[in-house]
Design a protein around this ligand. Structure first.
Ligand code: TYD
Ligand code: MG
Length: 461
C-alpha cells in the first residue's frame, strides 16, 4: 500500500514543517499550522498541460529590450468603465486577476455581470459555489442579454481544464478558488496546498494561452485574503471589493496591479438589478442635507487619478463615562488622535474630556492626508457648535506644529471643487505659491492659510 505523506503548512504564510508546532517560526503567527495530506505525484507536470491544450513553449532566450515586440493597445476594454479604471485601462490578455471580498459583498454579481456584458467570443464562468439554476436566476435579475457566456458547475480542476480544452474560451472566471481542487493533492478544497497548486496551474494556463483568468477569493475573519500570502504574489492583479453590506455603495480597489496604478477606485451602487457604475461619486459622498449643521466639513481628496469631495462628520460631546472615547468610521483612528492632540496643544481647544466620533459619509474609507484640515474644521465646528458654510471646502495636511502643509496635485482638487459649485477652497500657502504662476481659477476663491488657529479664526470669528 502506498504510504500517505503529510506535510504541515502554515495557513498564513504557507511555510512547510515536518511536524506540528504551535507557532509558525517563519511569520510568527500562532495556531496557523495545519496538517495536509500530500501524495507523491504532487510535483508532477501541471494538470492542464496533460490535456489537449497548447504544449509548453520552447525555452526562452535573452532579448534586448528594444527588440521585444510590444503592442501598446493590447487590452480588452470592458463596457464597465469603473472596472476598466481599476484594471488600469482594460483586461490584459494572459493576466491572472484575484478578486477578494467579504461574503455577500457582490463578487459573484460583479464578475457575472462582466461575463454577461463583455463582447468576447466565448466566456466561461466556472462556479463551485452555486448551481446553474442559481446563476441563471442571478443573470435574469441583471437582465443583460448575452449569447456568449457559458456556465460550468464544477470543482475538479482536471475536469475544468478538460472543458476549457474543448470550449477554448477567451476569458475564464473561477468562483471561487477555495472551492476548486486538484486530484493530485489529497487535502480538501480550500487548503493551502490545494489553493496554491490550483492557482499555479491556472497561472500557467493563462500565460501559455494568453487567456485572462479571474479568480474570486474568500476573505478570512481578519480581513486578509484567505489562502497563503503566496497567492497574492502569484497573481498579476489583486482587487479588493469593499463596502458595507448594509450600504448601497461598493468599492473595488486595486491593491496590487502589474499593469496599472494601484490606489485606483471603482465605485458601484448595488441595486435590485445588479451593480451600477457611479459616474459622479462626489455627489453621493456629500450628504444632501437641507440645513447647515455643525460638525460637518468637506475635504477634497484624491483616490488614484480621481478627485473626490468627501464630507467629514464629527460629533464632539462631553464624555459621560470616565475615559473619553474616540471612534471613527472610514478614517484612521491614530490620525484622528494626532489631530486631536494638535487642536488641544496648538489651538487650545479642550478636547481631552470629550467623546469624539468621526465618520466619512457614504461608507468610504480614505487615507489621504489632504483630509486633515477638513477633519480639524469638523472637530472644531462640533465642539463650538458653529456651522461651516457648505460652500467651503478644504485640502491640506496638518503638521504636528499646527502648520498647514501642501498636498499633491492641488490643481486637480481645486478644479473638482469648482466643478461641483464650491465657492471657497482653503489650501496651504505652500501650494498657493506654486499655483500663482499658472492660470487663476475663475469660478472658485482659492484662499491660502498657514496655521490651523488662523483658519479657525477666519471661520468662527
Ligand atoms: P454575491 O454576489 O453573491 O456576493 P459574494 O459572491 O461576494 O458572496 O452577493 C450578492 C448580494 O447582493 C446579495 O446579498 C444580494 C445582493 N444583490 C442585489 O442587491 N441585487 C442584485 O441584482 C444581485 C444579483 C444581488
Ligand atoms: Mg459568491
Amino acid at each position: 500500500m502506498k504510504k500517505i505523506v503529510t506535510t504541515f503548512y502554515c495557513q498564513y504564510c504557507s511555510a512547510q514543517y515536518a511536524k506540528w508546532q504551535g507557532k509558525c517560526t517563519a511569520c510568527g503567527k500562532w495556531n496557523t499550522i495545519i496538517e495536509e495530506v500530500a501524495s507523491p505525484q504532487q510535483l508532477t507536470a501541471m494538470p492542464w498541460s496533460m490535456e489537449n491544450l497548447a504544449p509548453m513553449t520552447t525555452p526562452n532566450k535573452p532579448k534586448l529590450v528594444q527588440d521585444i515586440a510590444y503592442q501598446a493597445d493590447h487590452r480588452i476594454p470592458c463596457p464597465d468603465k469603473e472596472f476598466n479604471r481599476v484594471l488600469g485601462g482594460g483586461i490584459v490578455p494572459g493576466s491572472l486577476v484575484l478578486i477578494g471580498g467579504e461574503p455577500g459583498i457582490g463578487k459573484s454579481t460583479l464578475l457575472l455581470q462582466i461575463a454577461l456584458t463583455l463582447p468576447l467570443e466565448r466566456i466561461l464562468y466556472v462556479s463551485g459555489e452555486e448551481s446553474e439554476a442559481q446563476i441563471k436566476m442571478r443573470a435574469m435579475r441583471m437582465s443583460c442579454p448575452s449569447e456568449n457566456c457559458y456556465v460550468l458547475n464544477e470543482t475538479s480542476l482536471q475536469n475544468i481544464f478538460k472543458q476549457i480544452g474543448q470550449l477554448k474560451p477567451s476569458l475564464v472566471i473561477i468562483d471561487s478558488i477555495q472551492t476548486i481542487r486538484t486530484q493530485h493533492i489529497g487535502s480538501t478544497a480550500g487548503s493551502i496546498a490545494q489553493v496554491r497548486d490550483c492557482t499555479a496551474s491556472l497561472l500557467r494556463y493563462a500565460k501559455d494561452t494568453s487567456t485572462p483568468v479571474f479568480l474570486i477569493g474568500h476573505i478570512t475573519k481578519e480581513g486578509s485574503l484567505a489562502g497563503p500570502k503566496v497567492l497574492e504574489h502569484m497573481v498579476d492583479t489583486v482587487l479588493q471589493f469593499e463596502g458595507d453590506r448594509h450600504l448601497m455603495y461598493r468599492i473595488v480597489r486595486a491593491i496590487k496591479n502589474r499593469f496599472g496604478a494601484t490606489a485606483e477606485l471603482g465605485i458601484y451602487e448595488m441595486h435590485h438589478g445588479g451593480l451600477r457604475e457611479v459616474a459622479n461619486p462626489s455627489e453621493l459622498l456629500i450628504s444632501q442635507r437641507e440645513q447647515d449643521l455643525s460638525g460637518m466639513a468637506i475635504g477634497a481628496s484624491l483616490e488614484g487619478n480621481r478627485s473626490l469631495l468627501i464630507e467629514l462628520q464629527a460629533l464632539v460631546s462631553p464624555a459621560t463615562y470616565g475615559t473619553a472615547q474616540r471612534s471613527t468610521t472610514g478614517f484612521d483612528t491614530k490620525r484622528l488622535n494626532m489631530l486631536l492632540a494638535v487642536l488641544e496643544k496648538r489651538v487650545g481647544l479642550r478636547l481631552g474630556t470629550q467623546d469624539v466620533f468621526l465618520n466619512i459619509a457614504g461608507g468610504l474609507s480614505v487615507e489621504d492626508p489632504a483630509l486633515d484640515l477638513a477633519v480639524c474644521v469638523a472637530l472644531a465646528s462640533s465642539l463650538q457648535d458653529r456651522v461651516v458654510s457648505r460652500r467651503y471646502c478644504f485640502a491640506a495636511e496638518v503638521g504636528l506644529g499646527g502648520e498647514i502643509r501642501g498636498v499633491s496635485r492641488i490643481e486637480q482638487r481645486i478644479s473638482e471643487a469648482e466643478k461641483l459649485g464650491f465657492e471657497v477652497i482653503f489650501i496651504s500657502q505652500h501650494n498657493q505659491q506654486k499655483l500663482s504662476g499658472k492660470d487663476a481659477q475663475k469660478g472658485i476663491d482659492v484662499r491660502p492659510v498657514t496655521k490651523v488657529d488662523e483658519l479657525l479664526n477666519i471661520l468662527f470669528r
